[in-house]
Design a protein around this ligand. Structure first.
Ligand code: HEM
Length: 137
């Protein structure tokens, strides 16, 4: 990710922040429509989960200039996700649902450049998480 991509991510994320809860709930709605079987991994009350997920994306966006800090957090997150029973294929499903949600919320701000920047961010995050599972927590 280059500097211009980091700016696109930060600016688009900031535009969404006022609708953080709405965006988070749309994300889970989209995810469970795309793969119903994933619903059973989560508890019955999604409100807390929506907040935690959105706060974590916020943290990631916030730490883009601090890769060491980010890597440390993502490594711990990956190990917790392994415990939840999340499989590597599920990361693709989540990525697609996340990007679809961002596209529908951002509308005209979702330019091809912004889409590429988010694809790149999600790819890097997933790669860091999955690679860290190859070494002990
Ligand atoms: C960029 C990728 C992801 C991020 C940032 C993320 C973020 C989070 C956060 C912050 C939590 C709260 C608990 C914790 O911190 O450990 C969580 C829980 C969870 N996530 Fe993720 N997640 C990601 C990918 C996934 C994927 C691919 C799945 C697969 C379906 C998934 C399923 C879950 C489940 C099952 C829980 C526990 C829910 C519960 O306890 O009810 N996550 N996630």
């Amino acid at each position: 990710m280059d500097e211009s991509q980091i700016s696109l991510i930060k600016n688009s994320w900031n535009s969404l922040l006022p609708q953080k809860e709405e965006t988070g709930s749309l994300f889970y709605q989209t995810l469970f429509q795309d793969d119903t079987s994933l619903r059973y991994l989560f508890g019955t009350n999604l409100t807390g989960q929506i907040r935690k997920f959105m706060d974590m994306i916020n943290f990631i966006v916030d730490q883009l200039h601090h890769p060491d800090q980010l890597e440390k957090e993502l490594k711990a997150l990956a190990h917790r996700h392994f415990q939840y029973g999340v499989l590597s294929v599920d990361y693709d499903t989540v990525g697609k649902a996340l990007l679809k949600t961002l596209a529908s919320q951002l509308q005209e701000e979702w330019t091809p450049e912004t889409e590429t920047a988010w694809q790149e961010l999600y790819r890097t995050v997933t790669q860091t998480m999955l690679n860290s599972l190859k070494s002990p927590a």
